[in-house]
Design a protein around this ligand. Structure first.
Ligand code: SF4
Ligand code: SF4
Length: 367
């Protein structure tokens, strides 16, 4: 009898299941895409959650990233995390770090594979404002230090908006030479994030250059900075900003999103119209076999792009939240607009691109 993994292998290549184990949160972040705060009334109970871990394993996933809300304030988070490790899956936890001191021994015992903390400002003023939580900046820095003392792998995620665009350089100074991976992504207008704080496409390009410049200036050991899935794609000048070459959005292919009530989406950044099913009424295997994401029609600018086939319109979550596919937050599309083709700096010439961009967007320079 063929294994479950081989049955679904034609459609998906399971790698990472991103699981919002609760919507309850002890922060009140302005940019929260899930409008987290209060618990969902119908969240999976412990037995359902443990069963789901085994389904995730049986479907061939390699790892699970627990997030929320705030995952570490769900009463049975440790039991779920233990089950994940017991089943041979990699475990990452995305946390605001506010309760880290109470949980550090458990994280050590689990041998957690990565703890990712949000750092959205290089100062208490901006970080605490964005997290809606006075004192959060101090607690986050303490949590980072505590994790490092315990030699647990730690990474930092920064969601960039107009409110913290100019904080990137300060955050860089905090992280430099700390051996902490830094992932930069854009805050997109979903959940309670106000659309007016979304960075413009020009600012997006400038942040892309910030990542590229610093990745070039510092060795990966000194500043392991990368752009998240939303930073791309196929620039003519800026080197690849992600860990891997861009092969198109992986929602429903190698990435899966699980909501705390068992709803399954290709990726948690996608709106609810992309709910593929619920594990209370169908097995995960059945949901994966029937995933509808592949039927998405790319329209607008992306449909006419020469790279549409391999790129498939960039990050679908960003595309749906911001402008569908009409004016994609895409390095290549922005270059096409700002440099008429005959004025393209020479391929691979990052420095000349930077000076051209600086001339055009001098008011956006990040320092
Ligand atoms: S224009 Fe659209 S399809 Fe083309 S590279 Fe950019 S995001 Fe991808
Ligand atoms: S929607 Fe965006 S964040 Fe989600 S898997 Fe696709 S590229 Fe990644």
């Amino acid at each position: 009898m063929p294994s479950i993994t081989s049955l679904i292998s034609q459609r998906i290549k399971p790698s990472c299941a991103v699981w919002e184990i609760t919507l309850k949160c002890n922060s009140n972040c302005i940019h929260c895409g899930s409008k987290a705060g209060k618990i969902r009334q119908d969240e999976l109970n412990t037995v359902e959650a443990l069963n789901l871990v085994r389904e995730i394993r049986d479907c061939g996933f390699k790892g699970v990233a627990l997030m929320g809300g705030e995952p570490l304030i769900r009463d049975d988070w440790y039991e779920i995390a233990q089950e994940i490790k017991k089943n041979g899956l990699e475990l990452s936890i995305v946390t605001n770090g506010l309760t880290l001191n109470d949980n550090i021994q458990k994280l050590k015992t689990l041998k957690v594979d990565c703890v990712s903390l949000s750092l959205d400002g290089g100062s208490a003023k901006i970080h605490d404002y964005l997290r809606g939580s006075p004192g959060a900046f101090e607690k986050t820095l303490n949590a980072i230090n505590r994790l490092k003392e315990e030699k647990l792998p730690v990474s930092v995620i920064t969601a960039v908006s107009k409110a913290n665009l100019k904080e990137l350089d300060k955050i860089k100074k905090i992280l430099l030479d700390q051996n902490i991976a830094w992932q930069i992504q854009i805050a997109i207008p979903i959940g309670r994030f106000p659309r007016e704080l979304t960075i413009s496409r020009e600012e997006f390009y400038t942040v892309g250059l910030f990542i590229a410049i610093n990745a070039k200036k510092y060795s990966y050991k000194r500043l392991p900075v990368i752009g998240a899935h939303c930073f791309g794609h196929f620039s003519r000048f800026v080197p690849n900003l992600g860990l891997d070459p861009w092969i198109g959005c992986q929602a429903g292919i190698s990435v899966l999103g699980i909501q705390s009530n068992g709803n399954i989406k290709g990726c948690l950044t996608l709106p609810d119209k992309f709910i593929e099913g619920n594990i209370r009424t169908q097995s995960l295997k059945t949901i994966l076999e029937n995933i509808r994401l592949k039927q998405i029609q790319i329209k607008g600018y992306c449909a006419d792009c020469d790279l549409a086939k391999s790129c498939r319109g960039g990050c679908l979550g960003t595309a749906y939240a911001i402008r569908k596919f009409d004016e994609p937050y895409c390095l290549r599309a922005i270059e096409n607009k700002i440099f008429p083709s005959k004025q393209f700096p020479m391929k691979g010439k990052l420095d000349s691109t930077i000076s051209s961009i600086r001339n055009m967007f001098h008011n956006l320079i990040l320092k």
